[in-house]
Design a protein around this ligand. Structure first.
Ligand code: ADE
Length: 224
């Protein structure tokens, strides 16, 4: 299983370090993921290779013009094309599970106030947002998707179980707190139950912790 990402971005250099370090770098080295950059600037208009223009109807900011984007996206028509935009559906683990099964995934990073709607209507399969806040562009969201997909692919994460028993999987609750040695650190003790060796009590404690955290922080995730 592997995924080829096509990144449509005006700022390919943004991805240099995040794609080199950690397990994402390893996944690229091992061919589990592949990344190809496509810069709409190379299809920009005039000597300045302009890619944006003022919005019809007036208003603040600039809009990414359809021409350079269409020319960038024409050869990517057979891939699954995702636009990163604050107007998209909020990114979830379900998206990542789905994207990890796609051979070629195109991530289109918007900039400026947005992109011409005719591009969205005719070239984009799905719109995704990183959350209910506005960034300068889609690059951070694209990097999040690449990392989230990479860790689901075979061989990227050492212990595959760690991608199964985690928040947003299994019982759908947030994860319980974790502790490791030493059992006392700067006077702060590890909860006694975790040292008891009583697996039934430990499992019950962990579930209670998951429920309590979820009730407090994400009541929307508690099953009816
Ligand atoms: N571009 C700007 N803000 C964004 C967001 N919240 N998610 C995805 N792309 C974006």
């Amino acid at each position: 299983m592997s995924v080829k990402f096509h990144l449509v971005t005006l700022f390919p250099e943004f991805f240099e370090s995040p794609m080199e370090v950690s397990l994402v770098g390893k996944a690229i080295d091992e061919g589990t993921i592949e990344i190809e950059f496509h810069n709409p600037r190379s299809h920009g208009a005039g000597v300045h290779r302009q890619v944006d223009d003022a919005p019809f109807g007036g208003g603040a900011g600039m809009v990414m013009a359809p021409g350079p984007l269409a020319e960038t996206l024409d050869p990517l028509a057979t891939t699954y094309r995702v636009l990163l935009t604050p107007s998209g559906a909020p990114l979830s683990q379900d998206h990542l599970d789905r994207f990890a099964c796609i051979d070629e995934l195109t991530l289109v990073c918007g900039r400026y106030e947005g992109i011409d709607q005719r591009i969205v209507d005719n070239f984009i399969d799905e719109e995704v947002s990183l959350g209910d806040f506005v960034l300068l562009g889609g690059e951070v969201a694209a990097a999040a998707i690449i990392e989230g997909v990479a860790r689901l692919l075979p061989g990227v994460v050492g212990n595959p179980e760690s991608t199964v028993n985690e928040s947003f999987r299994g019982d759908g609750l947030l994860e319980e707190p974790h502790y490791t040695r030493p059992s006392e650190f700067r006077g702060w003790a590890v909860p006694e139950v975790l040292l008891s060796g009583d697996h039934k009590r430990i499992a019950a404690w962990r579930r209670e912790q998951r429920l309590e955290r979820t009730r407090k922080r994400r009541p929307d995730l508690i099953p009816e």
